[in-house]
Write a protein that binds this ligand. Structure first.
Ligand code: NAD
Length: 260
């Protein structure tokens, strides 16, 4: 379905990004991976996607806090794969603290990685998409792009910003065959979520088991985590021609969380 298309997925060495990269590769797209991690593990993922799906997969370790490295990532992907058709802005980090104790450097990093990096990716890739009259931009927001939770001021602010950026880019690109949408997952059990369980337990005075049951899955009405496969299927559909009239949307995949 996506044969011959070239996709970049930021933050795709782990979790949701790797899941989305796999789904797009399975659909036939060539992939530029990005993110941090153990070089041997990253190479294993890169080679696995290439071998399993018969597509070209490259890796660039650009730091999403650095606009010039983002530009270099785009340049390398275009040089090695060809023009970019699909941009998935997924890289993200989290920090859980009451606002009066929220570390300033964490606020700055979350805004840079979870929001500003999407601005830099889009501004450097959308021009050629407009010229070719086809493009798909998928921004990984969150249920926290639609509703808030305490102790996540920077994350909630960045994800609400991501939904606003999505709508603006959708309006600017609507007549150029480009769609821009936000996927808003509820909780998915990835390293990002695992890491915040102890911090949430401390911030709220709960055990880790209580955090999973009473905090993470409390509002997620199905009481189940969202899976990588479910997110991959939605991202692939958004890249299809059948999804050409879905743009500017913030699509919850949250087991009913934001229906409350
Ligand atoms: P994760 O920690 O498993 O993966 C994050 C990825 O981002 C990794 O590849 C990491 O290397 C990369 N990354 C971090 N800092 C970076 C930087 N400065 N430059 C480049 N890459 C960087 O997290 P995840 O749960 O897979 O989250 C992926 C996205 O989905 C995030 O934007 C997150 O906010 C969003 N999300 C996650 C959940 C969830 O429950 N896991 C829910 C809603 C939204």
């Amino acid at each position: 379905m996506l044969n011959g298309k070239n996709a970049v997925v930021t933050g795709s060495t782990s979790g949701i990004g790797l899941g989305l990269a796999e789904a797009l590769a399975k659909a036939g797209a060539n992939i530029a991976l990005n993110g941090f991690g153990d070089p041997a593990e990253i190479e294993k993922s890169r080679a696995r996607l290439e071998n399993d799906f018969g597509v070209q997969v490259i890796y660039n370790g650009a730091d999403m806090t650095k606009p010039h490295e983002i530009e270099a990532l785009v340049d390398e992907a275009v040089a090695k794969l060809g023009s970019l058709d699909i941009v998935v802005n997924n890289a993200g980090i989290q920090n859980v603290d009451p606002i009066e104790e929220f570390p300033v450097e964490k606020w700055d990093a979350i805004l840079a990685i979870n929001l500003s990096s999407a601005f830099h990716m889009i501004r450097t890739t959308v021009g050629p998409m407009k010229q070719r009259k086809w493009g798909r931009i998928i921004n990984l927001a969150s249920a926290h792009g639609l509703v808030a939770s305490p102790f996540k001021s920077a994350y909630v602010a960045a994800k609400h910003g991501m939904v606003g950026l999505t709508k603006t880019v959708a309006l600017e690109t609507a007549e150029f065959g480009i769609t821009c949408n936000a996927i808003c997952p509820g909780y998915v059990m990835t390293p990002l979520v695992e890491k915040q369980i102890p911090a949430t337990a401390e911030a709220r005075g709960l055990t880790e088991v209580e955090v999973v049951r009473d905090v993470l899955l409390d509002a997620q009405s199905t009481k189940q985590f969202v899976t990588l496969e479910q997110l991959g299927a939605l991202a692939t559909f958004l890249c299809s021609d059948e999804a050409a009239q879905i743009t500017g949307a913030a699509l919850p995949v949250d087991g009913g969380w934001t229906a409350h």
